[in-house]
Design a protein around this ligand. Sequence first.
Ligand SMILES: [Mg+2]
Length: 216
Amino acid sequence: MTVAHHLPEREFPLRIGLDLDNTVIDYGPAYPLIAAEMGLSEGWDRASIREQLRRPDDDQGWRYFQSVLYTRGLDHAQPATGVLDFLADCRAGGIGVVIVSHKTPRSHEDDSGQDLHTPARRWLQRTLHAPGLIAVDDVHLCPTRSAKVATIGALDLPAFLDDLPEVLSDPGFPAGTLPLQYTHAVATGELTPDGWPGVGFPWLHRWLRRDRRPNR
Ligand SMILES: [Mg+2]
């Protein structure tokens, strides 16, 4: 049986932008570890942890969880399924890749004001920079969402991949950039409720290989 992959008719772009947290970085293994530390007893994925920690008038618990996730949690995070192979083929095929992330220098999520950039830079260094998959200068950490979409516009990116619909639908998101939503690792490009292709890195890689075969 052939699985439909809903690849776009257009050619794979010469440059592409990627979000960082929950797109390039998969925090999956970190969730249960931090949940256990915080004494949660069940449902150790993002959605159920958020459900357990959020209160109607107080989301301090969930905000604290996130500040731990984006600092110590990075020790347990992993590259998203297929992202390393995809980046290696982008490099081999001359496709420019940049990362544009909304990441404040310090956590506003709890009173500790933890440094968020250093742990992220360390993860990037050992996972993507050291193997030569992406250059340090091609990672942009932006303090606000509006700065992030402005950066996507300033870089004139033909396509951008993000897990958050609110980024892709932001009024400042450039009209000339194809929005792609990271939904899950084995997504096949079916349109999300917002009308964007829902994709993972294996799908992006398939699109890349369709259009940029070696020796062509
Ligand atoms: Mg994200």
